[in-house]
Design a protein around this ligand. Structure first.
Ligand code: NAD
Length: 476
């Protein structure tokens, strides 16, 4: 499946990112040399390593690309897919640089990829491959809490991150911050509460902010707010599942979900948790309760809806299907799901595209919080929660004794609650996504020549990175 997607790509993914960059750079005033330095990849490491699997030796191809080292460490996920190639990893690394800048995460961008189909290996084999990949990264100093910090991406999860952290620690005995060499780890291995759901939650916060603007919605013929909006989600993996779940909780109507085995549709709305359980049990989303099966999964993208959320892979909306897309808003939860050719067609139709480099930045934002937690060696909220609760209790008692009235149980629960780790993570994530959206939107609206939100997001990113380089003193 993934191979097919990669072969169908209209042209170089990295070339697309460079084109977006150049289109946006026209709206800035930085010298060409500085812009060239920003857009190129600083280090590209392609490796081949042998792994002994069930008595045979397999040679695995893998990559780690550090796009921009203007801030260290650099950061970006690791993807396991047969579609992984150098061009893709370079593109995704570049997107990470711009993404971090847009959401004010003080990292440069990177990405890793291992060219395997993770479904073709058992757990022990995947552990062997992951540990060997990590040792290759260690050999060349492409991993470390102050150098390069990977995270999960397509085809990987907390499980692989735990293997990576353990391998790094084994090669670096006594390094006190070793656990900060990777994020997206399970909680028991130094992970942070809220990281698994973070990208999806960030997508939710981002779209909620976008649709809250009455003027922008009016132009699309929509009312403000998420409640009642019809939504189609492609991909029920980490990002798609959490995104769909938060949208449903936020009052949206998930009318279709597409997976690689097919899609399901129910105009009355799908219960995301139930669909997830059904897929776990039967191995497929098809044949779910009263929902209609759609054999050709890609057709689900073309159905009538307010918001279409591609949350699977790149290149899903391209010149061959863009004309038939009916959604008024496309929320890019995946990286690069809309090709530039498709984007042109969609923008001409008046579709609002909320770009990947902003919208799926929730993952890296919470990864940043996890890294901070690892370096501080203490869970957020551990020191202050009880103290906060004590102060709050004293305030409530003072209010009650002064007014002679008693607060109801719900009011008391909210006021008395001291912030725990997940509360702080979600608060930081919401603050980040809301602020970043408004910064991008204001840039878009302030300069009438900037054509769309993606270009505006790139302008915001380029300005921050260029100013950082200038402050470093590399450029006069
Ligand atoms: P994942 O592997 O958990 O899930 C991807 C899902 O998409 C899988 O369930 C897969 O079966 C499905 N899929 C694959 N091809 C499909 C197709 N043609 N049609 C329908 N479904 C298809 O991966 P993920 O972590 O959820 O990542 C998804 C996207 O989000 C990727 O583009 C990734 O780069 C991006 N992203 C992920 C994170 C993160 O924190 N995981 C952060 C930022 C961006």
């Amino acid at each position: 499946m993934s191979k097919k997607i990669s072969e169908q790509r209209e042209h170089s993914f990295f070339g697309d990112v460079v084109n977006y960059f150049e289109r946006a750079a026209k709206y800035t005033k930085f010298p060409k040399g500085l812009l060239d330095q920003i857009k190129d990849c600083n280090s590209v490491y392609r490796m081949k390593f042998p792994v002994r699997l069930k008595g045979r030796i397999e040679v695995i191809t893998a990559y780690r690309v550090e796009h921009s080292q203007h801030k260290l460490p650099v950061k970006g996920g690791i993807r396991y897919s047969t579609a992984v190639n150098q061009d893709e990893v370079m593109a995704l690394a570049a997107l990470m640089t711009y993404k971090c800048a847009v959401v004010d995460v003080p990292f440069g961008g990177a990405k890793g990829g291992v060219c395997i189909n993770p479904r073709a290996y058992d757990e022990v084999e995947l552990e062997q491959i992951t540990r060997r990949y990590t040792s290759e990264l260690i050999k060349k100093n492409f991993i470390g809490p102050g150098v390069d910090v990977p995270a999960p991406d397509y085809g990987t999860s907390g499980r692989e991150m735990a293997w990576i952290a353990d391998t790094y620690a084994a090669f670096n005995p006594g390094q006190i911050d070793a656990i900060g060499c990777v994020t997206g780890k399970p909680i028991s291995q130094g992970g942070i509460r809220g990281r698994t759901a973070a990208t999806g939650k960030g997508v939710y916060f981002g779209v909620r902010e976008a649709v809250s603007n009455k003027d922008d919605m009016k132009k699309l013929g929509l009312t403000a707010g998420l409640r009642g909006k019809s939504v189609i989600v492609q991909g029920l993996g980490n990002v798609g599942y959490h995104t769909a779940k938060f949208f449903q909780e936020g009052g949206a109507n998930i009318i279709a979900i597409a997976e690689y085995e097919g899609a399901i549709y129910d105009k009355n709305g799908l219960d995301v948790e139930e669909v997830f359980k059904h897929r776990k049990k039967t191995g497929s989303i098809l044949n779910f309760k009263n929902a209609k099966n759609i054999k050709n999964s890609a057709k689900a993208l073309e159905m009538d809806c307010d918001i279409l959320i591609p949350a699977a892979l790149e290149n899903q909306i391209n010149s061959s299907n863009a004309k038939r897309i009916k959604a008024k808003i496309i929320a890019e939860a995946a990286n690069g799901p809309v090709t530039p050719e498709a984007e042109k067609i969609l923008l001409d139709k008046g579709v609002l595209i909320i770009p990947d480099l902003y919208l799926n930045a929730g993952g890296v934002t919470v990864s940043y919080f996890e890294w901070l937690k690892n370096l501080s060696h203490v869970r957020f909220g551990r020191m202050g929660k009880r103290y906060e609760e004590l102060i709050n209790k004293t305030i409530v008692e003072s209010i009650e004794s002064t007014t002679g009235k008693t607060l109801n149980t719900k009011q008391k629960r909210i006021i008395l609650h001291g912030a725990g780790e997940e509360d702080l993570v979600n608060s930081g994530l919401e603050e980040t996504m809301v602020n970043a959206y408004n910064e991008i939107r204001e840039t878009w609206k302030r300069n009438k020549r900037i054509p769309d939100l993606r270009t505006a997001a790139f302008v915001v990113a380029i300005e921050k990175i260029a100013n950082s380089y200038i402050a470093l003193g590399i450029f006069p």
